[in-house]
Structure formats: structure tokens, C-alpha cells
Design a protein around this ligand. Sequence first.
Ligand code: HEC
Ligand code: HEC
Length: 258
Amino acid sequence: MRIPWVLLAAAVGLCWAQAPKTNPFAGDRNAAETGRMMFRGSCAPCHGIRAEGGKGPDLTLGTYSHGDSDSDLFNVIFNGAGGTEMPDFGARLDADDIWRLVSYIRSLARRETATLRGNRESGEKLFWGKGQCSQCHRIRDKGGRMGPDLTVVGRLRSLAYLKESLLDPGADITSGYPTVTVVTKDGKKIVGAQRGYDNFSAQLMDTSDNFYSFLRSDVTSVKREFKSLMPAYRGTFSDAELDDLLAYLVSLRGEGKR
Ligand code: HEC
Ligand code: HEC
């Protein structure tokens, strides 16, 4: 079937008309509230119920790797992010609803950025120096492997979550990182983060990056606890140092990304 050019042009024109450059609902509280309800249904499974991140990045930080303008946000929701889990919602939601989602995301960002007052550079020094965080954590190709890789932690986690990780690491253990303690037949005790665990065996890694694998039948005991091997840093850092460290962690958003 041949489509007359005029119709095609009109259709293209309509598509363009659907996506204005600025948010028609900017600053509209009702629109943000409707956006919040939609977010719960369609987006929370990946971005968290308060948009603070999960499988998808934290959207409350006020800065986005796909660009910071309203139309950048619109575009990534409309088109998705190719090669990632972020779906395209262009066919499922109409443009107004996508703008309402943008309004909601904006309403979160303002609050969060206000609390970010630390200095990134000082935070970086604390991470590799006084905090000795690199003993257990990697950023890109540097650091230890016992704890989670933090290369993109700023994209994945909220400020509140990161702060809690430092002050009270046991409160919310990163999934996959319980503590495993093995006592060998000759009475040696080995403590590390879980790397594998089943009825017959246990694998773990200690703070010196040593990997161990045991058969249960070969050892005296194996114990798994949902507590963290990360020391609590309450009292180690001043409030100002803590803010600096948080500013650094939030900035960790992966290579080539802001
Ligand atoms: C299946 C999981 C999933 C769902 C559902 C999902 N997202 Fe995402 N989203 C992601 C991932 C993963 C990324 C990161 C893409 C990347 O790295 O480029 C992302 C990225 C984004 C970004 C860009 C963030 C940035 O820093 O540039 C925005 C904005 C966003 N999503 C909004 C939404 C909204 C709004 C919804 C619901 C309508 C939604 N997402 C639903 C997984 C999801
Ligand atoms: C002795 C090892 C060790 C040291 C030192 C350590 N951590 Fe951890 N860290 C861990 C382990 C293990 C986990 C995973 C268990 C948990 O959730 O607490 C973790 C979790 C985290 C998380 C949560 C990551 C996520 O995605 O859920 C952050 C953030 C973090 N650490 C930051 C730091 C910072 C910053 C420092 C230095 C001030 C530090 N850690 C020092 C072992 C360590």
C-alpha cells in the first residue's frame, strides 16, 4: 500500500506536536501527585517505591546520566535506554502522562540535592585514605573484592541508603553479602563474605581477598549470619567528613557518565 506523502507528513507532524520541549505541567502539584501514583505501578519495581533506586538508578539526586533537562527525562521515558533494562513507555503512556512522571521526578530531586553539601574531592581522599574503604571495595579496577563493587553505587542507591550503609551497615545488608564463619577440623576460624552456599558446601572471601571453598563434611561447623562485615563508621568521621564521603559516593556513576 502506498501512503500519500501529505498523510505521512501530517503523521510525523503529529508525533512532533506530541512532545513539546518544556513540561506543560511544570510546578503543577496535582500533576506530580498523579505521576507519583503511576510511578508506583509502572516504575517502582525497578526504581524503588520512592524512586531511590533498585535495579534501576536512583532518580532523586537531581542529576541524570541521560541529561538533566525536562525533555531529556521525557525522552528516556518515551524511548527507553537501549541495551539496558529501562523499557520504552512511548507506546504505553500518552505524552501528558509521561510529563506527569517528569513532574513527579522533579518534585523529588529538589529536596535531595539540598542535603548534598559535602566536598567530593575531600570525600575521595577519605575513601582511599582514612576510611580504608578500598580494603574491601573496588571502584573501577582499584581496590578489594570482599564487599560490593562501588563503581556505579551513586546511580543505584539513594543518599539516605548510602548514609545508613556507613553509620549502620547491618541495617540493610546488600543482597548476596551475608557473613559466613567456618571452623575447620583443626580449630581454625575463617570469616568472610558469602560467595556460595548450599547444603553441602560454602564459599567465602575474607578481607584479604582470599577465596575459600569448603565441603561441609570436611569442617567442624559452618555458620551464616545476616550481619555485615563492614565496620560501622559512626564516630570515625566528623559530620563534615561524612558529608564529603557521601558527596563522593553519590558521584560514582560509572565511566563516561556524569
Ligand atoms: C525493568 C526495569 C525498569 C522499569 C520498569 C523502569 N525503569 Fe527506568 N531505568 C531502568 C534502568 C536499568 C535504567 C538505567 C539505564 C541506563 O543505564 O542508561 C533506567 C533509567 C531511567 C531514567 C534515566 C536515569 C538517568 O540517570 O539518566 C529515568 C528518568 C527513568 N529510568 C524513569 C523511569 C520511569 C518514569 C519509569 C516508569 C514509567 C521507569 N523508569 C521504569 C530500569 C527500569
Ligand atoms: C572490612 C571490609 C569493609 C570495609 C573496610 C568497608 N566496607 Fe563497605 N561493605 C562491606 C561489605 C561486606 C558490604 C556488604 C554488606 C552490607 O550491606 O553491609 C558493604 C557495603 C557497603 C555499601 C552498600 C553497597 C550497596 O550497593 O548496597 C556501601 C555504600 C559501602 N559499603 C561503603 C563503604 C565505605 C564508604 C567504606 C569506607 C568508609 C567502607 N564501605 C568500608 C565491607 C567493607
